[in-house]
Design a protein around this ligand. Structure first.
Ligand code: WTA
Length: 575
């Protein structure tokens, strides 16, 4: 703890948006925030209606909801046009499948306007939408569609080969987004029908506890798990969009996350659109110049990104920045991994902006611990709980620990955006909660005497690489499918840019030589079988891996070896 920088960056005048945090934290009740929504009076709930139609029926009808930009396209859609396009999408999905309330529908494609039409159209139809990151390969796609018994998927001709349609008996329809699609009884040309479809659609009305999005995410053991969120999450997503993103009517907001990850839905779609804001979406891969150019071209005022991206921009040097006019930026935020104090300092230097860290998880569905625009920042700290959220550091029995003690970062059960289900796995869901009172995050942290929370690390073996959450078990399972590999252990190794990189230790079958070619072959094998971001950057050959007597790979021993740390208690290790 002593190594952490504790200096405070004060608030600049005019930054205030939450006049009295302490008072709000004491008095605020989530029920107070329900009045914002039309269902508060009508009783008819649909998050896509609140995010799109409500604004289309208001003075925001001709306000831009979405700017979209990539290498080939540059488009803008007003709230009025978003209503039409999402209605059309809902009509296409409905006309060409038996998709109905509560059915699972997946979206597996790179960012494009159609992705957003499909996502919101699916929600208007009452389906549960599972967004998949485009880098996933066949095995990862299969696991998710199989586990959730998906009825439909929306994808592109390029990605179709990674959807094992024949092995998914429940999968009724594949909607393809592309040109000159050849339709079959399974394949539907999404864009063609989108053009022809009616722009009228009455949203399917749901209850507050009905499902919205299903995000699969990784733990340290087992297959990825399906985290289900519900309609009621919108209460927290809107409230935090106002408090934390500090969105105002004239802002141009840019969230850099892909909707395949929770940040890309909760704050790439729901938060800003519930608030009636204008969002920019930039498709394609990260490129320093293009990112700066996007800020200048669109006059981005509020920017939500991740430490890895900031570190990559930082690595590109401060000279480059001078070529762009970034003076539109008003409020900058970060999520996904620890935000290093150096990065905060860099932000002050080059944008003259404090970068505001926010902490939350796929499972929490919305921001939980944050640096408000109105708060002095302690660089290195994640900030304070959002009003209405009770966070604490607890021991393994659920006892709340005093300030400055390290322990489990826990949240009092029952906030609006809390996941309601792990798909098909009640036992896993229950295992998150201690004494039916505390949700235990899997992160360790401490709280200082001023109520600021400081991240210390993961309690489990989950790897955060470039802000993406990877379960070591998934990678290990894939590794041992490789013909040369007997056993494998995977850890996160600290990395100055990516936070962590994936490092694999593998033992080979007799007859295989530990060569560099084999390493590359193994890397490609994981890349093709799972996802590019899940492939180990480093591979080390070992004769044998440290295991418990029951045969479990001891990752903590691998980590200790890697980092030259003491290995701790080895009594459970086999001889
Ligand atoms: C980590 C992303 C430090 C943490 C929204 C958490 C962070 C996991 C921060 C969730 C932060 C997220 N500082 N670590 N500000 N934000 N994390 O589910 O370990 O992809 O448990 O959700 O990311 O990752 P997930």
């Amino acid at each position: 703890m002593a190594t952490m920088e504790k200096s405070i960056i004060p608030v600049k005048e005019g930054d205030f948006n939450l006049a009295d945090y302490e008072k709000t934290a004491k008095e605020f009740r989530w029920e107070d925030a329900e009045k914002e929504f039309s269902w508060y009076e009508s009783g008819k709930v649909n998050i896509a209606y609140e995010a799109v139609d409500r604004h289309a029926e208001s003075f925001r009808k001709n306000k831009v909801a979405l700017y979209y930009k990539d290498q080939n396209r540059k488009e803008a859609y007003t709230y009025g046009q978003m209503k039409r396009m999402t209605n059309k999408a809902a009509n296409v999905l409905k006309a060409h499948s038996t998709l109905d309330k509560g059915d699972r529908m997946f979206i597996f494609m790179p960012r494009s306007p159609e992705l957003y039409f499909a996502l919101l159209g699916g929600l208007k139809l009452g389906t549960i939408v599972g967004p998949l990151f485009e880098a996933f390969m066949e095995g990862a796609v299969f696991d998710r569609l199989d586990d959730s018994e998906a009825k439909a998927i929306i994808t592109t001709p390029d990605l179709l080969e990674r959807v094992p349609v024949d092995r998914l008996p429940k999968l009724e329809k594949v909607f393809l987004v592309g040109e000159n699609i050849e339709e079959t009884d399974k394949i539907v040309d999404f864009k063609k029908h989108l053009k022809e479809a009616s722009a009228h659609f009455e949203p399917v009305w749901l209850g507050k506890e009905d499902g919205t999005v299903l995000h699969y995410t990784s733990g340290s053991t087992g297959r990825p798990k399906g985290v289900l969120h519900v309609q009621y999450a919108m209460v927290q997503q809107l409230q935090t969009a106002k408090w934390v993103l500090d969105l105002k009517e004239t802002d141009v907001y840019w969230c850099t996350a892909d909707p395949g990850w929770v940040t890309g839905t909760a704050y790439g779609v729901f938060g800003p659109m519930l608030a009636g804001a204008t969002s920019l979406i930039v498709g394609g891969r990260f490129k320093t110049e293009e990112w700066y150019q996007a800020i200048e071209d669109y006059g981005v005022t509020v920017w939500y990104s991740a430490p890895t991206a900031f570190r990559m921009l930082m690595g590109a040097g401060n000279e480059l920045i001078k070529e762009f006019d970034l003076s539109s930026l008003r409020h900058v935020l970060s999520v996904g991994e620890p935000l290093n104090p150096e990065v905060v300092k860099w932000g002050l230097e080059v944008f003259d902006k404090r970068i505001h860290d926010t902490w939350w998880m796929t499972e929490t569905g919305a921001q939980m611990i944050v640096n408000f625009a109105s708060m002095p920042i302690k660089p290195g700290s994640m900030g304070k709980p959002v009003p209405g959220i009770e966070a604490a550091i607890v021991d393994d029995q659920g006892k709340v620990l005093p300030p400055n003690s390290m322990g489990n970062l826990a949240l009092k059960k029952g906030w609006p955006a809390m996941m309601r289900k792990i798909w098909n796995n009640q036992e896993k869901y229950d295992s998150y909660f201690l004494n039916n009172e505390w949700y235990v995050s899997g992160d360790s942290a401490y709280m200082d005497e001023d109520g600021y929370f400081w991240f210390q690390g993961r309690v489990d073996d989950v790897i955060m690489t470039s802000g993406e959450r990877v379960g070591p078990f998934e990678v290990e399972s894939k590794l041992i499918e490789h013909p040369a590999i007997v056993e494998a252990g995977v850890i996160g190794k600290p990395d100055p840019v990516r936070g962590e990189i994936i490092k694999a230790f593998v033992a080979l079958y007799d007859g295989y030589e530990p060569t560099d070619e084999l390493k590359e072959d193994i890397r490609q094998f994981v890349k093709k079988g799972l996802a590019a971001h899940a492939a180990p950057r480093e591979i080390e050959f070992k004769d044998k891996l440290p295991k418990t007597r029951s045969g479990k790979i001891m990752r903590r021993v691998l980590k200790a070896w890697e980092l030259d740390l003491p290995t701790g208690d080895l009594s459970t290790m086999e001889d």
